[in-house]
Write a protein that binds this ligand. Structure first.
Ligand SMILES: NC(=O)c1ccc[n+]([C@@H]2O[C@H](COP(=O)([O-])OP(=O)(O)OC[C@H]3O[C@@H](n4cnc5c(N)ncnc54)[C@H](OP(=O)(O)O)[C@@H]3O)[C@@H](O)[C@H]2O)c1
Length: 248
Protein backbone atom coordinates (compact mmCIF):
# COMPACT_ATOMS: atom_id res chain seq x y z
CA UNK A 1 0.00 0.00 0.00
CA UNK A 2 1.35 3.41 -0.91
CA UNK A 3 1.76 5.77 2.05
CA UNK A 4 1.18 9.49 1.64
CA UNK A 5 2.16 12.19 4.11
CA UNK A 6 -0.96 14.34 4.23
CA UNK A 7 -0.78 17.69 6.06
CA UNK A 8 -4.17 18.92 4.81
CA UNK A 9 -5.84 21.33 7.29
CA UNK A 10 -2.57 21.82 9.18
CA UNK A 11 -0.83 25.16 9.64
CA UNK A 12 2.95 25.20 9.45
CA UNK A 13 5.25 27.99 10.63
CA UNK A 14 8.70 28.19 9.04
CA UNK A 15 11.10 30.94 10.15
CA UNK A 16 13.67 32.42 7.78
CA UNK A 17 12.05 31.07 4.62
CA UNK A 18 12.54 33.66 1.88
CA UNK A 19 15.17 31.37 0.32
CA UNK A 20 17.62 28.57 1.08
CA UNK A 21 16.63 25.68 3.32
CA UNK A 22 13.61 27.51 4.79
CA UNK A 23 12.03 28.06 1.36
CA UNK A 24 12.51 24.38 0.43
CA UNK A 25 10.97 23.33 3.77
CA UNK A 26 7.98 25.66 3.37
CA UNK A 27 7.45 24.38 -0.17
CA UNK A 28 7.55 20.67 0.68
CA UNK A 29 5.16 21.21 3.63
CA UNK A 30 2.78 23.02 1.25
CA UNK A 31 3.12 20.19 -1.30
CA UNK A 32 2.00 17.85 1.49
CA UNK A 33 -1.09 20.04 2.01
CA UNK A 34 -0.26 22.45 4.85
CA UNK A 35 -0.99 26.17 4.90
CA UNK A 36 2.21 28.12 5.44
CA UNK A 37 3.24 31.04 7.66
CA UNK A 38 6.77 32.26 7.04
CA UNK A 39 8.85 35.10 8.42
CA UNK A 40 12.17 36.87 8.05
CA UNK A 41 13.69 40.26 8.77
CA UNK A 42 13.59 41.24 5.06
CA UNK A 43 10.71 43.19 3.54
CA UNK A 44 7.86 41.12 2.09
CA UNK A 45 8.97 41.70 -1.52
CA UNK A 46 11.97 39.41 -0.88
CA UNK A 47 9.58 36.55 -0.07
CA UNK A 48 7.25 37.04 -3.05
CA UNK A 49 8.88 34.26 -5.11
CA UNK A 50 8.50 31.60 -2.44
CA UNK A 51 5.00 32.84 -1.51
CA UNK A 52 3.74 32.70 -5.09
CA UNK A 53 5.33 29.25 -5.60
CA UNK A 54 3.51 27.95 -2.53
CA UNK A 55 0.20 29.56 -3.57
CA UNK A 56 0.50 27.94 -7.02
CA UNK A 57 0.47 24.60 -5.16
CA UNK A 58 -2.98 25.54 -3.83
CA UNK A 59 -1.88 26.30 -0.26
CA UNK A 60 -2.51 29.50 1.67
CA UNK A 61 0.73 31.32 2.46
CA UNK A 62 1.53 34.50 4.35
CA UNK A 63 4.76 36.32 5.23
CA UNK A 64 5.47 38.38 8.33
CA UNK A 65 8.42 40.74 8.49
CA UNK A 66 9.82 39.90 11.92
CA UNK A 67 13.21 40.72 13.41
CA UNK A 68 14.02 37.71 15.56
CA UNK A 69 17.01 39.51 17.08
CA UNK A 70 14.54 41.33 19.35
CA UNK A 71 13.27 39.38 22.33
CA UNK A 72 9.50 39.06 22.32
CA UNK A 73 9.15 39.19 18.53
CA UNK A 74 9.12 35.39 18.13
CA UNK A 75 6.26 35.12 20.62
CA UNK A 76 4.33 37.93 18.93
CA UNK A 77 4.88 36.33 15.50
CA UNK A 78 3.23 33.08 16.66
CA UNK A 79 0.32 35.05 18.15
CA UNK A 80 -0.11 36.87 14.81
CA UNK A 81 -0.06 33.56 12.90
CA UNK A 82 -2.71 32.08 15.21
CA UNK A 83 -4.85 35.22 14.80
CA UNK A 84 -4.56 34.86 11.01
CA UNK A 85 -4.76 31.08 10.48
CA UNK A 86 -6.60 30.08 13.68
CA UNK A 87 -3.94 27.67 14.99
CA UNK A 88 -0.45 26.25 14.54
CA UNK A 89 0.29 22.54 14.12
CA UNK A 90 3.87 22.48 12.84
CA UNK A 91 6.85 24.74 13.60
CA UNK A 92 10.22 24.69 11.88
CA UNK A 93 12.74 26.95 13.59
CA UNK A 94 15.05 27.51 10.64
CA UNK A 95 16.12 31.19 10.84
CA UNK A 96 19.67 31.70 12.05
CA UNK A 97 22.53 34.15 12.12
CA UNK A 98 26.06 33.06 11.19
CA UNK A 99 28.09 35.79 12.83
CA UNK A 100 30.75 36.64 15.41
CA UNK A 101 28.26 38.62 17.51
CA UNK A 102 27.60 36.59 20.67
CA UNK A 103 24.53 38.50 21.83
CA UNK A 104 22.70 38.58 18.48
CA UNK A 105 23.56 34.93 17.78
CA UNK A 106 22.17 33.94 21.17
CA UNK A 107 18.89 35.74 20.63
CA UNK A 108 18.27 34.68 17.01
CA UNK A 109 19.61 31.12 17.21
CA UNK A 110 18.44 30.12 20.69
CA UNK A 111 16.13 32.52 22.54
CA UNK A 112 13.76 33.20 19.63
CA UNK A 113 13.29 29.50 18.76
CA UNK A 114 12.54 28.90 22.46
CA UNK A 115 9.92 31.68 22.50
CA UNK A 116 8.40 30.26 19.32
CA UNK A 117 8.33 26.74 20.76
CA UNK A 118 6.72 27.86 24.04
CA UNK A 119 4.08 30.04 22.38
CA UNK A 120 3.21 27.40 19.74
CA UNK A 121 3.09 24.60 22.31
CA UNK A 122 0.37 26.47 24.24
CA UNK A 123 -1.84 26.28 21.14
CA UNK A 124 -0.79 22.75 20.08
CA UNK A 125 -1.56 21.45 23.59
CA UNK A 126 -5.23 22.39 23.11
CA UNK A 127 -5.44 19.67 20.42
CA UNK A 128 -2.87 17.36 22.05
CA UNK A 129 -0.89 17.40 18.81
CA UNK A 130 2.09 19.24 17.40
CA UNK A 131 5.38 18.74 15.61
CA UNK A 132 8.39 21.03 16.06
CA UNK A 133 11.63 20.70 14.11
CA UNK A 134 14.62 22.84 15.01
CA UNK A 135 17.40 23.30 12.46
CA UNK A 136 20.76 22.96 14.14
CA UNK A 137 23.96 22.13 12.22
CA UNK A 138 26.41 19.28 11.72
CA UNK A 139 29.02 21.73 13.09
CA UNK A 140 27.94 20.72 16.59
CA UNK A 141 29.61 17.36 15.88
CA UNK A 142 32.40 18.36 13.50
CA UNK A 143 33.61 21.48 15.33
CA UNK A 144 32.62 23.69 12.41
CA UNK A 145 34.50 26.60 10.87
CA UNK A 146 31.89 29.41 10.76
CA UNK A 147 32.35 31.17 14.13
CA UNK A 148 32.45 30.35 17.83
CA UNK A 149 29.08 31.99 18.53
CA UNK A 150 27.49 30.06 15.64
CA UNK A 151 28.83 26.72 16.90
CA UNK A 152 27.93 27.46 20.51
CA UNK A 153 24.40 28.62 19.76
CA UNK A 154 23.68 25.71 17.40
CA UNK A 155 24.80 23.31 20.15
CA UNK A 156 22.63 25.24 22.62
CA UNK A 157 19.64 24.91 20.29
CA UNK A 158 20.28 21.17 20.03
CA UNK A 159 20.39 20.83 23.80
CA UNK A 160 17.45 23.09 24.63
CA UNK A 161 15.36 21.23 22.03
CA UNK A 162 15.72 18.13 24.19
CA UNK A 163 14.72 20.15 27.27
CA UNK A 164 11.58 21.28 25.42
CA UNK A 165 10.99 17.80 23.95
CA UNK A 166 10.86 16.39 27.47
CA UNK A 167 8.57 19.18 28.65
CA UNK A 168 6.01 18.73 25.86
CA UNK A 169 6.16 15.04 24.77
CA UNK A 170 3.34 14.13 27.16
CA UNK A 171 1.09 16.69 25.49
CA UNK A 172 1.40 15.05 22.05
CA UNK A 173 3.98 17.61 20.88
CA UNK A 174 7.09 15.96 19.47
CA UNK A 175 10.20 18.11 19.16
CA UNK A 176 13.19 16.98 17.09
CA UNK A 177 16.31 18.43 15.55
CA UNK A 178 17.83 18.26 12.07
CA UNK A 179 21.57 18.92 11.81
CA UNK A 180 22.33 19.75 8.15
CA UNK A 181 25.71 19.41 6.52
CA UNK A 182 27.01 21.87 3.90
CA UNK A 183 24.32 23.37 1.64
CA UNK A 184 25.14 26.15 -0.83
CA UNK A 185 22.71 28.85 0.33
CA UNK A 186 22.98 32.60 0.92
CA UNK A 187 24.49 31.83 4.33
CA UNK A 188 27.22 29.60 2.85
CA UNK A 189 27.90 32.13 0.07
CA UNK A 190 28.98 34.65 2.71
CA UNK A 191 32.17 32.54 2.95
CA UNK A 192 32.56 30.66 -0.34
CA UNK A 193 31.92 31.14 -4.04
CA UNK A 194 30.01 28.28 -5.66
CA UNK A 195 33.27 26.83 -7.04
CA UNK A 196 35.16 27.17 -3.73
CA UNK A 197 32.29 25.56 -1.88
CA UNK A 198 32.25 22.48 -4.16
CA UNK A 199 36.05 22.24 -4.19
CA UNK A 200 36.19 22.39 -0.39
CA UNK A 201 33.30 20.08 0.50
CA UNK A 202 32.81 17.49 -2.26
CA UNK A 203 35.97 15.53 -1.30
CA UNK A 204 34.52 15.21 2.22
CA UNK A 205 31.10 14.01 1.04
CA UNK A 206 30.58 10.21 0.89
CA UNK A 207 27.55 10.79 -1.36
CA UNK A 208 29.85 12.60 -3.81
CA UNK A 209 28.02 15.93 -3.93
CA UNK A 210 27.09 18.88 -1.79
CA UNK A 211 23.60 19.01 -0.36
CA UNK A 212 20.60 20.81 -1.78
CA UNK A 213 18.00 22.60 0.37
CA UNK A 214 15.53 19.90 -0.80
CA UNK A 215 17.71 17.20 0.82
CA UNK A 216 17.14 18.85 4.19
CA UNK A 217 13.46 19.54 3.49
CA UNK A 218 12.71 15.82 2.96
CA UNK A 219 13.97 14.97 6.44
CA UNK A 220 12.04 17.87 7.95
CA UNK A 221 8.85 16.64 6.27
CA UNK A 222 9.12 13.30 8.07
CA UNK A 223 9.70 14.92 11.47
CA UNK A 224 6.85 17.40 10.83
CA UNK A 225 4.35 14.64 10.09
CA UNK A 226 2.29 12.11 12.05
CA UNK A 227 4.54 9.43 10.52
CA UNK A 228 7.06 10.65 13.09
CA UNK A 229 5.19 9.15 16.04
CA UNK A 230 7.92 7.84 18.33
CA UNK A 231 11.02 9.87 17.44
CA UNK A 232 11.32 12.55 20.11
CA UNK A 233 14.25 14.70 21.23
CA UNK A 234 16.34 13.18 18.45
CA UNK A 235 19.04 14.89 16.38
CA UNK A 236 19.12 13.65 12.79
CA UNK A 237 22.36 14.33 10.96
CA UNK A 238 21.37 15.16 7.40
CA UNK A 239 24.83 15.61 5.93
CA UNK A 240 25.33 13.03 3.20
CA UNK A 241 27.41 10.94 5.63
CA UNK A 242 30.13 13.61 5.97
CA UNK A 243 30.58 13.60 9.76
CA UNK A 244 30.27 9.87 10.41
CA UNK A 245 31.70 8.41 7.18
CA UNK A 246 33.67 11.23 5.58
CA UNK A 247 37.11 10.53 7.03
CA UNK A 248 39.41 9.19 4.31
N1 LIG B 1 23.75 26.26 4.50
C1 LIG B 1 24.40 25.40 5.26
O1 LIG B 1 25.45 24.84 4.87
C2 LIG B 1 23.88 25.04 6.62
C3 LIG B 1 24.52 24.01 7.32
C4 LIG B 1 24.05 23.67 8.57
C5 LIG B 1 22.96 24.32 9.11
N2 LIG B 1 22.34 25.32 8.41
C6 LIG B 1 21.20 25.96 9.04
O2 LIG B 1 20.10 25.94 8.15
C7 LIG B 1 19.23 27.04 8.43
C8 LIG B 1 18.91 27.81 7.16
O3 LIG B 1 20.09 28.39 6.67
P1 LIG B 1 20.36 28.62 5.12
O4 LIG B 1 21.64 27.96 4.83
O5 LIG B 1 19.16 28.30 4.31
O6 LIG B 1 20.70 30.17 5.08
P2 LIG B 1 19.84 31.46 4.69
O7 LIG B 1 19.23 31.29 3.35
O8 LIG B 1 20.74 32.59 4.94
O9 LIG B 1 18.67 31.41 5.78
C9 LIG B 1 18.74 32.04 7.01
C10 LIG B 1 17.41 32.68 7.24
O10 LIG B 1 17.40 33.25 8.56
C11 LIG B 1 16.69 34.47 8.48
N3 LIG B 1 17.13 35.42 9.51
C12 LIG B 1 18.40 35.82 9.77
N4 LIG B 1 18.38 36.79 10.70
C13 LIG B 1 17.08 36.99 11.03
C14 LIG B 1 16.42 37.88 11.92
N5 LIG B 1 17.08 38.77 12.67
N6 LIG B 1 15.07 37.83 12.00
C15 LIG B 1 14.37 36.95 11.23
N7 LIG B 1 14.94 36.09 10.37
C16 LIG B 1 16.28 36.12 10.27
C17 LIG B 1 17.00 35.03 7.09
O11 LIG B 1 15.93 35.84 6.63
P3 LIG B 1 16.14 37.44 6.41
O12 LIG B 1 17.35 37.58 5.56
O13 LIG B 1 14.88 37.88 5.78
O14 LIG B 1 16.31 37.98 7.80
C18 LIG B 1 17.13 33.79 6.23
O15 LIG B 1 15.94 33.52 5.54
C19 LIG B 1 19.94 27.88 9.50
O16 LIG B 1 19.44 27.52 10.77
C20 LIG B 1 21.39 27.43 9.37
O17 LIG B 1 22.10 27.62 10.56
C21 LIG B 1 22.78 25.70 7.17
Amino acid sequence: MAYKIDLTDQVAVVTGAKGGIGAAVATILAEAGADIAICGSSPKEKAEEVLSGIRRLGANAEYWQVDLSQEGNGRKFVQDVIRHFGKVDIVVNNAALASHDWHQSQIINVASPCEIMEESAKDMAKRSYGRIVNISSSCIFSGGTTSAPYNATKAALDSVSRFMAKKYAGKGILINIIAPGPVLTEMAQMRYSKEEFSEHYIPQMPIGRCLLPEDIAGSVLFMASALCSAVCGETLLCDGGRVKLGVK
